[in-house]
Design a protein around this ligand. Structure first.
Ligand SMILES: [Zn+2]
Length: 589
């Protein structure tokens, strides 16, 4: 389908950002004519000076974000169109310059004496910035002298070489062999590998699995070195800044207590018998004597597609999300009716789905709606992000509106869980029920169990290196294999290929990131349950969480909604959900 053939009701309304490209050009030109931030250097030592700088910075950020939003949404409508590609490039390079022009502020603030910062924290004029300032104050402990900080900043680029080398290997130079797929020889890309792993053809899965890992095995020593290099980079920063461990450093930056990480790992570890049971059940249903890791991806249920038109899918979401109350549902409808969403798949349009929003304008959602059950969930998911953005932008000042990664997948997952529960409750169709339960089980398998397995791997690898043990292909593979056994149990073979899975995970080059997926889904399940059980009170707490932006640390924000990740309770609740779904699924199988 061509974009010009799509009815207006299915298109987002970018004129809400700029009425025309000419308006965009004007806004961009005025940014370029810009501000001179060098005049603020050395002025942050007084409240007046700081306030003047922060206001100026905010004013430019707000305009620049609007310019960026329009450019990237326009580009994504048709990525072949070079005009908007160059819009994106222009504003991206503006941001780089803007960031470097204002980069003096963090070190300048960090260098201020505690009593000056305390004065700022008590100053009502700086209230919008109190959380940011409290973080600056806390980070003083780990900040070095001005000269040392300059050296550290200079070291940033060379220290990223290990990670860049991995990306180069993994995206370009890894010699992935060809495989015969749908009648023709095709290179086994990462994308095709994942398609085959999720497919029904077992022989093909086995072939792809072996080919794929054989390519990694050939360069395993190199990848062990790039990974070790990346861990050493973390250790370098940890040591020179004086953190206790790399984990502590990463969590400090996120303002998350280490107990959250420990509780996650402990709780998921305790629940691994459930995963073992699920894997054994999969093997039984699939009818295999022996199961391998390439058998754990395909859905156990033949397609049970809802095949709904977009209108019906949207209405179904409204019904499923009804427990979120009238205010939420009104906004959910507003999104559909007032041009937030770009619905249809058209030629050249960016694939997938996302939500994108900036301060001062309603959020936007990109879909490529197909009549699959999965795509109904995608509507609920992306609108979950959008309404989180909407509430935070509406209720917070600019400086506190942008919610952090730690909480970013909560609102989207709450919506998925509510919709899923509604469908399970209302459908009479056993096949659909099984499909939905399988969907839920796999969501928890991949997001809660698997990401925690990764989190444990990272933690242990870092701990080994911190204790002076060099990391190499042997000890990394041994560690990974042990973890794989612990997580998946005896119903599946743990072969030499899965032992090197660590070598193909790009996320490991952003250390201590993936655990946030696991805590996010845990919080979401806990919050969805509370909404269903407690009704209005839980809803109003949840709306307060959605309205919280980044006004305080993420764990405290989640506590507002009733998910206390410093306790075991939400993890136990999530696992109880998994157990219940597993039991029901087994009964139906
Ligand atoms: Zn998402």
């Amino acid at each position: 389908m061509q974009r010009k053939d799509v009815r207006e009701v299915y298109k987002w309304k970018l004129s809400d950002i700029f009425s025309s490209d000419e308006e965009w050009e004007k806004a961009y030109a005025s940014l370029e004519a810009g501000n001179d931030f060098s005049k603020y250097r050395g002025t942050l030592g007084t409240a007046e000076g700081l306030l003047a700088f922060l206001k100026a910075e905010e004013e430019v950020s707000r305009r620049a974000l609007r310019v960026f939003l329009y450019a990237h949404l326009k580009r994504d409508q048709d990525v072949r169109e070079t005009k908007y590609g160059s819009y994106v490039a222009k504003i991206t390079s503006f941001f780089t310059r803007f960031e470097s022009e204002t980069a003096f502020s963090t070190p300048e603030l960090t260098a201020l004496a505690d009593d000056v910062l305390d004065g700022y924290l008590a100053d009502p004029r700086l209230k919008d910035y109190d959380y940011m300032l409290s973080r600056i104050k806390a980070s003083k402990k780990y900040t070095l002298s001005e000269r040392e900080e300059i050296i550290l900043a200079q070291a940033g680029e060379p220290l990223s070489t290990a990670s860049l080398a991995f990306m180069m290997l993994d995206n370009a130079e890894l010699n992935l062999p060809e495989i015969e797929y749908e009648g023709k020889k095709t290179p086994l890309s990462h994308g095709l590998y994942s398609v085959i792993m999720n497919g029904k053809d077992r022989a093909k899965r086995k072939e792809a699995y072996e080919l794929y890992y054989s390519a990694y095995r050939k360069i395993l020593g190199t990848i062990a070195t790039t990974y070790y290099g990346n861990v050493q980079k973390d250790i370098f920063y940890q040591r020179v800044r004086g953190y206790d461990s790399c984990l502590q450093m990463a969590l400090f930056e996120e303002d998350v207590d280490e107990s959250v990480y420990r509780t996650l790992v402990k709780s998921v570890r305790e629940a691994t018998p459930l995963m073992h049971h699920y894997i054994a059940l999969r093997k039984k249903i699939m009818g295999y004597d022996k199961a391998y890791m390439y058998d754990i991806y395909p859905s156990l249920v033949e397609d049970a597609e809802l095949k709904l038109s977009y209108e019906d899918a949207y209405d179904l979401c409204i019904k499923g999300l009804a427990p979120l109350g009238k205010e939420y549902i009104e906004l959910f409808k507003k999104g559909r009716d007032e041009g937030w969403i770009d619905v249809m798949e058209t030629e050249g349009k960016r694939s997938g789905a996302y939500s994108s929003g900036v301060y001062g304008i309603h959020p936007f959602v990109l879909l490529n709606y197909q009549k699959t059950t999965h795509d109904v969930f995608t509507i609920a998911h992306e609108m979950g992000h959008s309404l989180h953005t909407y509430f935070s932008n509406k209720n917070q000042p600019f400086a506190k509106a942008d919610y952090k990664i730690f909480v970013a997948e909560v609102a989207s997952t709450v919506n998925e869980v509510l919709l899923l529960k509604y469908l399970l409750k209302t459908t009479e169709d056993a096949k659909l029920k099984k499909y939905l339960l399988n969907y839920f089980l796999d969501m928890i398998r991949t997001t809660l169990f698997r990401q925690t397995q990764f989190a444990e791997f990272e933690e242990r690898a870092h701990a080994m290196a911190e204790a002076g043990e060099p990391l190499n292909q042997d000890n990394l593979s041994r560690l990974y294999l042990d973890l794989n056994r612990a997580y998946y149990g005896d119903a599946v073979e743990h072969d030499e290929n899965i032992a090197i899975e660590w070598a193909r995970i790009p996320h490991f080059y952003t250390s201590f990131y993936v655990y946030k997926y696991a805590t996010g889904i845990t919080a979401a399940i806990c919050i969805a349950n509370r909404i269903l059980n407690e009704g209005e009170r839980a809803v109003s707490d949840y709306i307060r969480f959605l309205s919280g932006g980044c006004s305080t640390d993420p764990v405290s924000l989640l506590k507002i909604a009733g998910a206390d990740l410093t306790s075991e309770e939400p993890f136990k609740a999530a696992m109880a959900e998994f157990a219940a779904a597993l039991e029901e699924f087994e009964k139906l199988s």
